[in-house]
Design a protein around this ligand. Structure first.
Ligand code: MN
Length: 259
């Protein structure tokens, strides 16, 4: 074992490094995004028992899972969006695995979102964060801490009104800055998707998906425990299932942080 990896193992064992789970439980209660007609919707999670220490399997327990690729804490591949559909290595099974691991930059807008659920991160907000914590490096996972994951139940989490969902996200200019000028690996959010609730009306529509995936960048949605991460210094591991031609996948997102 190299000394670097020996140091990593030793620091995990002695508690000077710890693992933070950024994933929500995945089950029948997991909220799923709801699109207006005429768009097709993703089903919720179902878990059906094959056998559980019974006649079908006296010594074993296992289930059949059914859910859409974009359910719960999940990964968005560039090929999820029309802007990224012709890029090389743009699906769950073809993205180079080295891209799944990177440094986290955690931008805390939880106070702003507490006052305005439609709050959008702007280039000015990114630059203000950088003036305190340093320039966002190429290859970073930029995680938007909103404390939205503290909301419980479908209604609070999806926050749909007569004019559509209201939840925070990125202005189109912020997505462009992160994708093009900072060359991030991707963005992660606590909400049901990486676009703001009202982003269907932005230019371009669903601007974060459009801009990020058009630039080959990745997405993470429905994260939690971002309040346990420092602004800089954590390392995130976010590897989707290797679904053939997959547009996305539920996944377990882990961060390593220094105690
Ligand atoms: Mn998605």
């Amino acid at each position: 074992m190299s000394s670097l990896l020996a140091q990593l193992v030793s620091a995990l064992n002695d508690g000077s490094l710890k693992i933070v789970d950024l994933s929500q439980p995945l089950g029948p209660d997991t909220p799923v995004i709801s699109l207006p007609p005429p768009f097709a919707n993703s089903p919720g999670v179902t878990i059906e028992t094959i056998s559980r220490f019974d006649d079908g399997g006296p010594a074993w327990y296992w289930n059949v899972l059914s859910f859409g690729e974009h359910t719960g804490t999940h990964f968005d591949a560039p090929g999820h969006w029309i802007s990224g559909r012709d890029l090389p290595d743009n699906k769950c099974d073809s993205i180079p695995p080295g891209r799944f691991v990177g440094p986290a930059c955690v931008i805390d807008v939880s106070v702003e979102v507490g006052e305005d659920p439609d709050f959008l991160l702007t280039p000015a907000g990114i630059e203000e964060w950088e003036s305190k914590f340093g320039r966002i490096p190429a290859g970073a996972w930029v995680l938007l801490r909103t404390d939205w994951s503290h909301r419980t139940g479908n209604d609070e989490f999806l926050n749909v009104e007569d004019d559509g969902p209201h939840s925070p996200g990125f202005s189109p200019e912020a997505s462009r800055l992160l994708a093009h000028d900072r060359d991030v690996t991707g963005v992660g959010v606590e909400t049901v998707g990486t676009d703001a609730g009202q982003a269907g009306g932005f230019d371009p529509p669903f601007s974060n998906h459009n801009i990020m995936h058009g630039a080959g960048k990745l997405g993470l949605a429905s994260l939690c425990n971002l309040d346990q991460l420092p602004p800089v210094g954590a390392v995130v591991f976010a590897a989707p299932l290797k679904i053939v031609d997959g547009s996305g996948s539920p996944l377990r997102v882990l961060a390593i942080v220094e105690e």
